[in-house]
Each structure stands twice: as C-alpha cells, then as structure tokens.
Design a protein around this ligand. Sequence first.
Ligand SMILES: Nc1nc2c(c(=O)[nH]1)N[C@H]1C(S)=C(S)[C@@H](COP(=O)(O)O)O[C@H]1N2
Ligand SMILES: [Mo]
Length: 317
Amino acid sequence: MSHPFKSIPIRSSEITPKDAYLSRRDFMKAAGLTAGAALLTACGPSVANASEGTESAPTSSATDELGNIVNTFEEITSYNNYYEFSTNKEAVAPLAKDFTTAPWTVEVGGLVHKPKTFGVEDLLSLFPQEERIYRLRCVEAWSMVIPWSGFPLASLLKMVEPTSNAKYVRFETVYRPEEMKGQGSPFYPWPYQEGLRIDEAMNDLAILATGMYGETMLAQNGAPIRLVVPWKYGFKSIKSIVKIELVAERPNTLWNSVSTSEYGFYSNVNPNVDHPRWSQASERRIGELSRRPTLLFNGYGEQVASLYEGMDLSLQF
Ligand SMILES: Nc1nc2c(c(=O)[nH]1)N[C@H]1C(S)=C(S)[C@@H](COP(=O)(O)O)O[C@H]1N2
Ligand SMILES: [Mo]
C-alpha cells in the first residue's frame, strides 16, 4: 500500500512550539531563505527557541508528496473562509480571536450501536495524532498546502459502531450567534452542515484535524476540531464540529441549500467540470504568482477514484 502523504505519528505530548518552529525553519530553508528571514517570518511564540534546535529536525514537514512546499503559518491563519465570522477572508482571524473553544464536546449518534458524547480532550487521548500534509483546493479556485495534525475520521466512526442502515454521515458546526456575528446573516441556513457518504467518510484520507503546524488549531481554521477531506472542494471540510450523525438519507448541506446548481453533494475537485460562473481548470496557489493546473480529485485519485467507479464524474457535481 503506498501512502501519498507523509504520515508522521506524533503524540500530543510531543507537539511543542519548538517542533513547530523547526517545521517553519525547514520550510524557509526549502524556500531558499536565510535563518534571519525565518526568524522574522516565524509566527507565534516560537522565536524564543530559535537558538536551539540544530538536533533532530523533523524529517521534513516542508512539502507534500508531490513536492509542493507548505504554505506559511501566516498564510494559513490569515486568509480564511469561515462565514460564521465574516465573508471577508482577511477579517476572519481578528473576529475569531476570542472565540471560546474550550470546553467543547462532539456528540456522535444517529444510526449507531454506541452513541457517545466526547470531550475534545477525550478524542486527543483516544486517537494518536498524526501529521498530514494536504492540499486544500477551495471551490473559488485558490489553494494552499497545509500541515494538519489529527486522526482518521474512520477511527471515531468505528468506535461508535454504525448500524447497517447508516449510509451517510452528517456534520454540524456550533451555533453560537453571540460569538459568531456572521450567524446573524439571514442569507445562510445556520448552523453550517455538511455530509459524506459513509464509504467516503471511512477513507483513510478523511481526517478530523485538531492542530496545524504542530500547534493547537487556531479558531479561524476551525478550532477545536474540524473535518479535512482533501479530495473535495474546501467547503466540504466543515469547521468547529459539535455533532456527527450517522443517517440513512443523503443530508442537506449548507452550500447546496444556498445554491443547488453551483454546489453539489459530492463536490470532488475536478478540473473538467467548471463552476457555472468560472473555470475550475486551474487554481491560484496562495503565495505564488502564476496559476497552476488543478488535478482531478486534487491529486488524490489513487486513493479515492474507486469510490466513484461507475459514476459519471461530469454529472456528480
Ligand atoms: N463552519 C464552516 N466551515 C467551513 C467554512 C465556513 O464558512 N464555515 N468554509 C469552508 C471553506 S469554503 C473552505 S475553503 C475551508 C477553508 O479552511 P481554512 O480557512 O482553514 O483554510 O473551510 C470550509 N469550512
Ligand atoms: Mo472554499
């Protein structure tokens, strides 16, 4: 079995600011920049560790399996789609700054034998956290490469034992309009919800992410826990999840309710099926000047194409 991603098992106790710093330093090295430049651009509390760390740099969190360099911490945390806070990507981070992410529970139920409500800290201790460097391709035709930490969604689903009637998985974001002013907007059917077919949800590429760049996830990226489904357009990767429900029927999704003809249930990344209002053939990688071609299934076809055997990929949007 070939794994497309660098899967580095890490225990949460091992995730330190220093590791995160080293990852960023590796990135700067890969980008041909000096240590001084790395210091100036490194974000967060890690700069104090700068003089250490010649020993045991992580093998490299610097590129994905295709050789794409990871985006900077700064890029990943300052350009966000999170409509609960704002429709302006640059405004999300400041508005999400004081969002309460603890305590936090995730209710897992529906068509399962063992429904259970988990505290996020339970999930962190039950399931070993792995680093997964994934491309994120937004339906708006921009993309990033992001070093998540998290665990396979399948591990959690197996624990609650879905019944044979469970055919889909439905996810729901927290509804907290006092803290999330965007939820006051009548244009969207809050709370945000998303869904996957159960075999998609069981695919090893689908993870629940709790961290990014080796650090605890920041609110703008969907803290404390969010879905990441890297072969689908970014809006499937729902943030700040409080509920996961196994169901028999295909669930509604926020974007499909808003515009059925533009945002389908499957929404697999596909350069050959244009959005009604723009081409999906290419994308703008944040931090790069020229566009690059978009890959079918965002480059993860080897792992996921079999899920869609016999389906007409031009219709499934
Ligand atoms: N709850 C919720 N989840 C969401 C969104 C949102 O507005 N609300 N935006 C989606 C979109 S369109 C994208 S591209 C990704 C962006 O994730 P990032 O900001 O961590 O890069 O989150 C997705 N998950
Ligand atoms: Mo998106």
